[in-house]
Design a protein around this ligand. Structure first.
Ligand code: NAD
Length: 252
């Protein structure tokens, strides 16, 4: 049984992780952390400034984080001090914040993923061969998320652009407006925000006669929650270091 704590327990993802964990017999959620300590949640809730005490009191094997980057950074420092593995799902982390997480990973196992769905792992793995086979085709990326999402483009879209950069030299163009014909060596990045869409990503490769699209749609947040829990169970058994969700998928 892996003992979990959830940072951002009152949020959309935090609540989904707690719900998903309650249906599994290999994990238990021992406490949650959130600024909203009055939230109606079925686990003990701590305020962020009580994190160190809560980690010492409940002794979790791993913490799962779905919050905002400032909170992730503070949590990483607390986990490093307490010797607790950390799974980071929060997106929008900047370079400076990333270096704090990397420093924490010298003390504890730390896994960061912009997307915990296995389908997105499949998309990322399909992308390289497709780009190599379709050399010279125009490439465009589109993502769609719910109207409350803070960061844009999504962390997953940035991961997709990183994967494309392994195979092509390009400039990212954020949408297009006015007289702006497509230039060679561009990848357009289109962002849509609407309703409660869980997460859609599409990569289009086109020449004048044909179009290939590789797309993924998350139907339910439970897919991210299940992946994050799988990651935490796996990570709790690892040595200190920096890991990604691909490590979990490769090992299962
Ligand atoms: P949300 O706004 O519903 O939830 C965030 C929660 O964090 C809220 O309850 C908020 O009160 C809490 N919070 C804010 N500051 C805090 C602090 N200092 N300490 C503790 N808690 C704090 O957001 P969400 O939709 O659950 O998404 C959270 C993050 O997860 C976003 O960055 C989102 O992009 C990311 N996300 C990642 C994946 C993935 O697969 N990696 C999937 C979905 C969402």
């Amino acid at each position: 049984m892996t003992r979990l704590a959830i940072n951002g327990a009152a949020g959309r993802m935090g609540q989904t992780v707690i719900e998903t964990a309650s249906d599994r017999d290999d994990v238990s959620v021992v406490f949650g952390i959130d600024v909203d300590t009055d939230a109606d949640i079925d686990v003990p809730l701590s305020a962020p400034d009580e994190t160190a005490n809560a980690l010492a009191e409940h002794d979790p094997d791993a913490v799962i984080d779905f919050t905002v980057p400032d909170s992730t950074v503070a949590l990483a420092e607390a986990c490093a001090d307490a010797g607790v593995a950390l799974v980071v799902g929060t997106t929008g982390v900047d370079e400076e914040q990333l270096s704090v997480l990397q420093e924490a990973s010298e003390a504890v196992p730390l896994l960061k993923a912009t997307n915990f769905s296995r389908g997105i792992q499949g998309l990322l793995r399909a992308l390289g061969p497709a780009l190599e086979a379709l050399d010279g085709y125009d490439v465009e990326v589109m993502e769609t998320h719910h109207n409350q999402k803070q960061d844009a483009p999504s962390g997953t879209a940035k991961t997709i652009l990183d994967e494309i950069s392994e195979h092509r030299d390009f400039e990212t163009v954020a949408g297009r407006e006015g007289i702006q014909p497509r230039e060679e060596g561009e990848v357009g990045m289109l962002v849509r925000r609407a309703g409660d869409i869980r997460g859609e990503h599409e990569v289009m490769l086109a020449d004048n006669d044909e179009v290939l699209t590789i797309s993924h749609r998350a139907e339910d947040r439970a897919v991210f929650a299940a992946g994050a829990i799988d990651a935490a169970v796996w990570l709790a058994e690892q040595d200190a270091g920096w890991y990604g969700f691909d490590d979990v998928v490769d090992d299962s």
